[in-house]
Write a protein that binds this ligand. Structure first.
Ligand code: SF4
Length: 364
């Protein structure tokens, strides 16, 4: 039985985060070595299967329809398009394809059926498949599991308190409920957040309390540094320093020892030395590919050069968990229920979101 601690308090986490850096790095690297091979890093490719036009108001996101940004939207990709991209990702060394759709929540129907077919197709290519599609019900999670989904991503983004300063169109509990629905299946949970949105260190610790007290803890936790995009409410936020990123990664590693900690958005702003420090501090996963949904990411060849320089090896397929079986649509045990779940809409006013929306209206 795992002896992972599930009752971390904010005070305990702050104490870790604020340790002298050398102490923090030593402790994190020690925990990392006990639980993982320090020379192995898992590589995922993120694929935006449906971009832009989202009804939500996430303050960091250029895909929210209400803000005016320069992203090019697209309708849901087709299954052959996704298969071609997955084959490219596999050839360039990725073990996982993560498909993201700019949806508030999954709706039963043709588009979800197409996503299920994409999951089946990629699993049959012997790759780990992850989806990030917004809120999902238990039935939808079961259908994804049956199709062969390996992981479902649903980020908590920040602490519960600061979440209200960033998003007004859904509540924190919706996020936790979706994670709970995924946990009722054999699909692994990927959940993390973003730093650099104007939150304070207590909020970062608060997010880690929320993640680390889940039992089991998420199998994977992305730590993103905000990439401030013009036109979004957070466009003026300054990039976080590499030291903050290293502290966040190290603290995550200590409180979530078995989780794969993923260096996600913001890597283009980090030097190789900075990324190397993050790997030393316990990061053991990255996103590869020149785009992360809509924001820039280092070129895959550059990443492979960095791996060579640091003596890192990409993680082999299905190292942490066996490959799920794919059940064909015709043999499915779970049918589409046509559910219309009532996910919340707090709709409180967030001034900077309102301003960005008004600005967006004027430009459009
Ligand atoms: S983060 Fe997701 S839910 Fe929020 S606006 Fe962007 S695409 Fe929509």
């Amino acid at each position: 039985m795992s002896d992972t601690k599930h009752n971390w308090t904010k005070e305990e986490i702050l104490e870790i985060y604020n340790k002298p850096l050398m102490e923090l790095l030593y402790e994190a690297a020690t925990v990392h070595r006990v639980n993982h091979d320090p020379n192995v890093v898992q590589v995922s490719t993120l694929l935006s299967i449906k971009t832009g036009g989202c009804s939500e108001d996430c303050g960091y996101c250029p895909q929210a329809a209400r803000y005016h940004t320069n992203i090019e939207g697209n309708d849901l990709m087709t299954v052959p398009q996704v298969k071609a991209q997955a084959l490219r990702a596999k050839a360039s060394g990725s073990s996982r394809v993560c498909m993201g759709a700019a949806w508030r929540n999954v709706k039963d129907g043709d588009e979800f059926d197409a996503v299920l077919e994409m999951v089946r197709t990629i699993n049959k290519l012997d790759m780990e498949v992850c989806c990030t599609l917004g809120m999902i019900t238990e039935n939808q999670a079961q259908r994804l599991a049956e199709a062969g989904l390996y992981a479902y991503n649903h980020n908590l983004d920040s602490s519960e308190e600061y979440y209200k300063e960033v998003i007004s169109t859904r509540g924190y509990q919706d996020r936790l409920d979706t994670i709970d629905n995924v946990r009722k299946t054999n699909v692994t949970v990927c959940s993390g957040g973003i730093i650099g949105m104007g939150e304070n260190i207590e909020d970062r610790a608060g997010m880690l309390v929320a993640l680390s007290t889940l039992n089991p803890q998420p199998e994977s936790t992305p730590i993103n540094a905000l990439v401030a995009v013009e036109g979004t409410p957070l466009e003026d936020e300054k990039p976080v320093s590499i030291w903050e990123m290293i502290r966040m990664v190290a603290t995550t590693r200590i409180v979530m020892p078995e989780t794969q900690v993923r260096l996600s958005a913001g890597r283009t702003q980090m030097s190789r030395e900075g990324q190397a420090m993050c790997f030393f501090a316990g990061a053991n996963s990255i996103f590869a590919g020149d785009k992360l949904l809509t924001t820039p990411n280092p070129d895959v060849n550059e990443d492979m050069k960095m791996f060579e320089l640091l003596g890192l090896n990409p993680q082999k397929l299905f190292t942490k968990k066996v490959q799920p079986q794919t059940v064909e649509a015709t043999d499915s045990e779970f049918e589409s229920l046509g559910e219309k779940p009532k996910w919340t809409r707090p709709e409180h006013k967030i001034e900077r979101n309102e301003l960005a929306k008004e600005k967006g209206k004027l430009i459009k």
